[in-house]
Design a protein around this ligand. Structure first.
Ligand SMILES: *Cc1c(COP(=O)(O)O)cnc(C)c1O
Length: 340
């Protein structure tokens, strides 16, 4: 059970918890869904997910607040995004209302695994959906499984708020009319080589360019990017091949409405990278990770915030967003979903 964990030293990894949610789709409809203790999945050797990667996922977290409630952050947006992804992959969307109910059920069933307030750890929630029946020719499955499991996690990047180093890779992440805007497992499968290569060369992550022109900044393999200009304007790349991060959309709102800063979504060129004073990665897993340096084929771009600490605006955004999530700061309407 949860009590044995050293919450403060938890990494970002999988911990088997007590219950997970499972619902199966067959004959054109979803069954009622159940909570189970069984952490294994048994499917046909020829399942569409195994042969043709017909799978997608979501990632969100449950937080224990200052006044000891358990809440999720904007899970309705995860439900909507998963439905959008499912449609792009010719999968039956799991109904959005039921997605929220499933998240609630799994978190409640594993409530002792929600890390305590102030520990720095949270409960990561992983909904996913995949084609289960045998499919030989290339076509969508007709049977699917939707599951949700949870795992307590610490920070995504070891070393906490120490700025990280990115490189401009020679690999692309998303084709112009491809699947970059949806949370499909295939986007991650093809990024594995690029990430292993980046790590081997001493970088934390890849900063991908748009694959059509290779002149514009897109995102990393698993997080969106925000920049801060010398005039304290918060800028994020605009592109229809970027995954629409809920963290990023929330941070842009926080920049504008809590900090009174100008927040702009626009095309960001590789050429202008050196003009920003701060850069950070954002996503549910990483929250907001300061980037100190970008290496573009030997040309180093060092942001003025440096390699020792997070930039000022990045730090303010982080404090407010996590403050909202932990119940310390008044949230915008509809951002906090009560579990318990
Ligand atoms: C999940 C993901 C993100 C972050 O999205 P959040 O909704 O903020 O968690 C960013 N980029 C990619 C490619 C992702 O898969």
């Amino acid at each position: 059970m949860g009590e044995k964990i050293d919450w403060g030293n938890l990494g970002f990894g999988y911990y088997k918890t007590d219950y997970r949610y499972v619902s199966n789709y067959k004959d054109g409809k979803w069954d009622a869904g159940i909570l189970t203790k069984d952490d294994t999945v048994v499917i046909s050797e020829c399942a569409c997910v195994l042969q043709y990667a017909q799978t997608c996922f979501e990632g969100l977290k449950a937080y224990r607040t200052k006044d000891n409630r358990v809440v999720c952050f904007r899970p309705d947006l995860n439900a909507k995004r998963m439905a959008d992804t499912a449609k792009r992959l010719e999968m039956p969307p799991f109904p959005e209302e039921r997605f929220l109910d499933a998240v609630k059920q799994v978190v409640k069933a594993n409530i002792d695994w929600v890390p305590p307030y102030g520990s720095g750890a949270t409960l990561y929630i992983r909904p996913y959906l995949f084609g289960t029946n045998p499919v030989m020719g290339v076509k969508p499955a007709t049977e699917y499984q939707f599951r949700v499991f949870v795992s307590p996690v610490g920070p995504y990047f070891k070393g906490g708020v120490k700025p990280i180093t990115l490189r401009i890779p020679d690999f692309d992440r998303a084709a112009p009319r491809g699947t970059g805007h949806v949370k499909a497992g295939l986007n991650y499968a093809m990024s594995l080589h690029a990430i292993v290569d980046a790590h081997n060369q001493g970088y934390n992550e890849n900063m991908y360019l748009d694959s059509a022109t290779r002149t514009k900044i897109e995102e990393t393999g698993g997080a969106n990017i925000i920049f801060v200009t010398k005039d304290n304007e918060v800028v994020t790349p605009k592109s229809n091949t970027i995954l629409p991060s809920i963290t990023r959309r929330s941070l842009m709102y926080v920049a504008e409405h809590y900090l009174g800063l100008k927040a702009t979504e626009r095309e960001v060129y590789l050429e202008e990278l050196g003009e920003f004073k701060e850069c950070a990665l954002c996503g549910t897993a990483a929250v907001l990770s300061p980037v100190g340096k970008v290496d573009d084929h030997g040309k180093e771009i060092l942001f003025p915030s440096g390699m020792e600490k997070s930039g000022d605006i990045t730090q303010k955004l982080y404090k407010i967003l996590t403050g909202i999530q932990m119940g310390e700061i008044e949230p915008p309407k509809g951002w906090i979903f009560e579990i318990d």
